[in-house]
Every structure is written in structure tokens, then in C-alpha cells.
Design a protein around this ligand. Structure first.
Ligand SMILES: *Cc1c(COP(=O)(O)O)cnc(C)c1O
Length: 404
């Protein structure tokens, strides 16, 4: 299956990939490379525009404030939020989850309530819920996954009850690449009155996002998984939540009036952004999303399908190697194990050939436990990876298996 997605042409827009042509970079699920427009935006901000927002009276200050507000508006349009005030700039997906788990959790969760997660969640979408559930005397349920690496729909429906107050679920698995059927699961969660948190860390670089169509309450993403820098992320929160929940962090920029016995807070989004924000990061994220807006996702889906059939065919010819999961809908993330060579040895061998994959549990130990393996090797393809990278990976695995 060939396709005409311009992966090789896109790769030329990523300075690191141009500087290291010897690499097959297949670790974008851990962090993606930065698009040239993103790097240029960061450099321009620090060389010409550096100032804090809200407070500065120098010309750069008001320009930074305007640009920061425009970046927020752009993000809101990109994810189709109803209003820019529903977009909070955070450090990362991890921070967004901690924010919601803490602020929502201590307000809403009561003894006997439950939070429902799935066995394919990233640790970032498990630990904050585990902690708040424990502190509030609430329960944590884990929905099973099938051998194919999909959410077990029967188990989901069985564990979804009147007690479920929150369903926290990944949009795309960082290990299996599974694209979860949120269109189906979210309405079911709604019917029992649960709030819905979507971890979109792996979605943002692999498909469009429409929070209103999804009907979720919260949606989180990280810039560094989507061609922007580390240290910037987004939390989308529906207006009633962001207005009524108590702030997660307190400090400058988010208060209305402060006296020694009582302080009042500003309206969202400022209420949620205590301290000096990462202005350059927000502007850079906007540039990354501008780039992403130019992507033809239909064509990219075909590209992922083409990579997948190439991977599946090739792996079948590799003795003792299997790919974890085979979900119907997935992006180009492949975690594989060999029955003979340890994942870490495989990854180290591949790296000597310039093939960048990752070995370990990929912050998803419950998922690896479900497959009965402690670790796997993960190759994650992104917009800039062509079929050639796939062929190099396969040749590399074949060579490594012979070597060990
Ligand atoms: C990477 C990742 C996270 C955590 O993102 P950070 O940027 O490290 O906060 C959470 N969930 C998924 C699915 C991820 O892939």
C-alpha cells in the first residue's frame, strides 16, 4: 500500500532531522522534534520581544500580552473550544491532570465515589487520580483492555455506575497507538453523570481535536509531543468547571484583591495561571498548531495504515517477535517484544545503527502487566517518518536478532 503523504518533504522542515540525516528518529511518542517555525518563534521572542505579560509597561510588555492572548485564542479555535477562557496554559499534560485531579477531586469526590480509568493509561493519568481517590476515601477502577489492545467495552459498561464521578481516559495510547472510541464511550459516561477527562497527549500530533464534538469536560495536551517545546501544555476545561472549581496554585497574576485574611481570585483563565507564565512556550505552541493545521489528516491516516501494513508484514517474518495489540483504529506507534532478546538490548543495538526507539514500560506498567511482559521496545512514527524509516527499523531488528 503506497500513499502520497509528504513525510520526506515535512522532515526537511525539522532542523534536527536535517542536522542528523543519519538518524531514523522513531521516538516521537516520547518527544517530537521541533518544527522550524517553532524554533524561529522562540528565538524571535527572546531576541526581540521578551517581556512578561499583564504587568509590564514597556512596549514589549503590551505586545507580549497581546500575542499571549492571541495564542490562547488560536488554541481555543484549534481544539474547537466554545471560548478562549476555557484554555489554560500549563506546563504539560501531567500538570493538567494534577490540576484537575486536585481541584476537581477535593471539591467533588466523596467516600464511596469512584474514578474510572483504563488499563492502557499513562502513569500520568493514573497516579494523580490514585492519590486524590485515596485522600477523599473514593475508589479507583481500572477498565480492562482486550488482547487486541482496545478498551473492553463490556467491562467499561460494567464498571461505569452511578458511583462513577470521573472517567479519565487517553485519546490515543502511547504504547499501542490505539485510538479510543471516545464518540461512543463519552456519551455512555455522560449517562451516569460522570465528568470526563481526556488525556490527549498522543492525539495532538496524530489527528484533529474537537472538544465540543467529543463532549468532554477536560482535555489535556503537551506541546513537546506536537512539535513545540517542552514546558508548555494546554488544559481545556468547560467554562462552568473553570469558573467554580478552586484554584490549584496560588500566586501573582491570578488574584483580584489580596488582604491578610481574605483574597479573591480573577476569572478564568487567569485564575488558573498563577505566577509568570511560559509566554515563549505559548507562542511557540501556536506556531506548532499553525503547522498542524496544514496537515491533511485523512492522507496521514492512509500513511499510518501503510506503515502499519509494512510493519505487520515484516514482523511476521521475524522469528519470535510480536507487536503488542492489533487494534482496529491506531496511529503509527508499535511496541514489540522478542521472546529471546530483552527490549533494552534490542533498543541499544538499534541505536548503534542510528535507529532511535525506546525500551521500557513507557510509563504504562498496568498495560504491560496486562500483556504479561515487563517491558517492550517502542517505535513511534510521526508526520516526518517515511516508509524508509520503517524498512531501516525492520532491517535493524533482523540484524540485532542475528547479533544476539
Ligand atoms: C507523554 C504522555 C503523557 C505525559 O505527558 P508530559 O508531557 O510528560 O506531561 C501523558 N499521557 C500520555 C498518553 C502521554 O503519551
Amino acid at each position: 500500500m503506497e500513499n502520497d503523504f509528504p513525510a520526506a518533504a515535512l522532515a526537511r522542515q525539522f532542523p534536527l532531522l536535517v542536522a542528523r540525516p543519519e538518524l531514523a528518529y522513531l521516538d516521537s511518542a516520547a518527544t517530537s522534534q521541533l518544527h522550524e517555525s517553532v524554533i524561529e518563534r522562540i528565538v524571535r521572542f527572546y531576541r526581540e520581544d521578551n517581556a512578561t505579560v499583564h504587568r509590564s509597561s514597556c512596549p514589549m510588555g503590551s505586545e507580549a500580552t497581546v500575542a499571549y492572548a492571541a495564542a490562547r485564542k488560536f488554541v481555543a479555535q484549534y481544539v474547537n473550544a466554545a471560548d478562549a477562557t476555557e484554555i489554560v496554559f500549563v506546563r504539560s499534560t501531567t500538570e493538567a491532570i494534577n490540576l484537575v485531579a486536585n481541584s476537581w477531586g477535593r471539591t467533588i469526590l466523596r467516600p464511596g465515589d469512584e474514578v474510572l480509568l483504563t488499563a492502557m493509561e499513562h502513569h500520568s493519568n493514573i497516579l494523580p487520580w490514585q492519590d486524590i481517590a485515596k485522600r477523599q476515601g473514593a475508589g479507583l477502577r481500572l477498565c480492562a483492555i482486550t488482547a487486541a489492545g482496545e478498551i473492553d467495552r463490556d467491562d467499561f459498561l460494567q464498571k461505569l455506575t452511578e458511583r462513577t464521578k470521573m472517567v479519565a481516559i487517553g485519546h490515543v495510547s502511547n504504547v499501542l497507538g490505539t485510538v479510543n472510541p471516545l464518540d461512543e464511550l463519552i456519551p455512555q459516561a455522560r449517562r451516569v453523570g460522570a465528568a470526563i477527562f481526556v488525556d490527549g497527549a498522543q492525539r495532538v500530533a496524530s489527528g484533529p481535536i474537537d472538544v465540543q464534538r467529543l463532549g468532554c469536560d477536560f482535555y489535556a495536551l503537551s506541546g513537546h509531543k506536537a512539535f513545540a517545546p517542552m514546558g508548555i501544555g494546554v488544559l481545556y476545561g468547560r467554562c462552568p468547571w473553570l469558573k467554580t472549581l478552586p484554584p490549584y496554585q496560588l500566586g501573582g497574576g491570578m488574584v483580584d484583591r489580596v488582604s491578610m485574611d481574605c483574597s479573591t481570585f480573577r476569572e478564568p483563565p487567569e485564575k488558573w495561571e498563577a505566577g509568570t507564565p511560559n509566554v515563549a512556550g505559548a507562542l511557540a505552541l501556536r506556531s506548532a498548531l499553525e503547522f498542524l493545521r496544514s496537515i491533511d489528516w485523512k492522507s496521514y491516516d492512509h500513511h499510518c495504515a501503510s506503515i502499519r501494513s509494512r510493519m505487520d508484514d515484516a514482523v511476521r517474518s521475524l522469528p519470535g517477535v510480536r507487536i503488542l495489540g492489533s487494534p482496529e483504529k491506531k496511529t503509527a506507534i508499535f511496541s514489540f517484544v522478542s521472546d529471546r532478546v530483552h527490549a533494552h538490548d534490542l533498543a541499544t543495538a538499534l541505536s548503534t545503527k542510528g535507529i532511535c526507539v525506546r525500551a521500557g514500560h513507557h510509563c504504562a506498567q498496568p498495560l504491560h502487566a496486562a500483556y504479561g511482559v515487563p517491558a517492550s521496545c517502542r517505535a513511534s512514527f510521526s508526520l516526518y517518518n517515511a516508509e524508509e524509516d520503517c524498512d531501516r527499523l525492520i532491517d535493524g531488528i533482523r540484524w540485532a536478532l542475528d547479533y544476539f
